[in-house]
Design a binder for this molecule. Structure first.
Ligand code: F3S
Length: 382
């Protein structure tokens, strides 16, 4: 892999140990994936920031990092709401350690927005090279925006943030973004069916990049929820939608094709003790819509997740939801926080949460449309 004189100097340790280690990570990954060189990035987003992932040995390693990020950088959800952790039932020892991790990110120059929807805050442009780690954000950035990012791991995204560059391979190369399979969906989908189809499709086509023909109008939220689910079960960093996404016309049509008729998912339990909304983190429009739908005091626990940035811009909606008994949490989510382990059966409207809650939180899960999730929390029969 070609390195400039400046990059060689960093690798030789002339600019300190943190940059040297970061460069070593980037070069090692570049060699594995046959990258020809490093390219500058516009932003970075780092995952795996929960104390649950990092542990005590990770904290020690983090505390030794020095310097500042070279591009605007955010982090993924942590293990708790950084202010309201007590309300989530998080223990003080966990909170102390999580806050220590966050303070290192702050010192390194990260903007403390712990969110999986960084595109609502640092929106890239088509063709921008970025280094993001959260799978649902990666697939959204590539597919819906047309920005270019591999699905980074936590350490490689951190290294990219510190150096301001990433190895050029995979999604940074136009032809690697080409679809492998054409998928025809047989009818117009309702909003809540997009995450279901994504969940089903990822299992069906595994990691092939699909070019999908959805019937009717498709919104950015539909694509976000579809992509988050697809990336969970299939691992794709990108998809294309005919007539919708920015690069769908740029490639030859794939020869292989499938037709989707039946994509139902089976819930693992029937009686929810928590309703959890906001996977991926809600947009402002969704938060306001949910506040309108919650018109009376809730009878069941309902946790809503969004970013601090979106919450702060929508305090009227948040106040109404909290008055009705909902908890609006930021900086974390139902999957990465240990707090949801206190529940047995969680109702979600997200294909990604449906995929990961049983695996990572050992809770049972029910998938329902948003409207039914809210009715459940309100205690209404239908
Ligand atoms: Fe975001 Fe957590 Fe879902 S990180 S995409 S809310 S699993």
């Amino acid at each position: 892999m070609y390195l400039t004189a400046e990059e060689e100097k960093i690798l030789d340790g002339e600019q300190g140990e943190t940059l040297q280690k970061s460069m070593e990570i980037l070069v090692a990954i570049g060699k594995i994936f046959d990258a020809d060189r490093l390219i500058p990035i516009k932003s970075a987003q780092v995952s795996g920031v929960s104390y649950q992932n990092i542990g005590d040995s990770g904290i020690e390693w983090f505390e030794n990092l020095k310097g500042k990020v070279r591009v605007p950088s955010l982090i993924n959800p942590a293990g708790m709401d950084l202010d309201k952790w007590k309300e989530m039932g998080i223990e003080s020892e966990f909170a102390r350690k999580q806050l220590k991790i966050i303070s290192v990110f702050r010192r390194l120059g990260f903007r403390i927005e712990c969110t999986c929807t960084p595109y609502y805050i640092l929106t890239p442009e088509k063709g921008d090279h970025i280094a993001w780690a959260e799978s649902s954000a990666v697939i959204y950035a590539n597919a819906v925006i047309g920005a270019m990012t591999n699905r980074e791991g936590g350490p490689s995204a951190l290294a990219a943030a510190m150096v301001g560059k990433t190895p050029r391979f995979g999604m940074h190369i136009k032809e690697k973004r080409a679809p492998h399979i054409r998928v025809e969906v047989n009818r117009k989908l309702k909003d809540h069916e997009f995450p279901k189809v994504g969940y089903w499709m990822g299992k069906e086509i595994e990691n092939k990049i699909p070019l999908i023909n959805f019937k009717g109008k498709v919104t950015d939220i539909n694509l976000r929820d579809f992509g988050a689910a697809l990336a969970s079960t299939g691992g794709q960093p990108i998809f294309h939608v005919e007539g919708v996404t920015p690069e769908w016309k740029d490639f030859h049509l794939p020869e292989e094709s499938i037709y989707v008729e039946d994509f139902d998912v089976e819930s693992g339990c029937s009686e929810a003790d928590l309703v959890a909304i906001g996977c991926p983190h809600l947009s402002g429009k969704e938060l306001r819509k949910i506040a309108q739908m919650v018109s009376q005091p809730l009878k069941k626990d309902m946790w809503i997740f969004t970013s601090r940035f979106i919450k702060n811009k929508n305090m009227d909606a948040v106040a109404k939801l909290e008055k009705m008994g909902a908890k609006v949490f930021t900086d974390t989510c139902m999957v990465v926080s240990p707090a949801t382990r206190n529940y047995r059966c969680i109702m979600v409207n997200s294909g990604k949460a449906f995929c990961y809650l049983p695996k990572l939180a050992s809770t049972e899960v029910i998938f329902k449309p948003l409207k039914e999730c809210i009715q459940e929390a309100l205690g209404n029969e239908d």
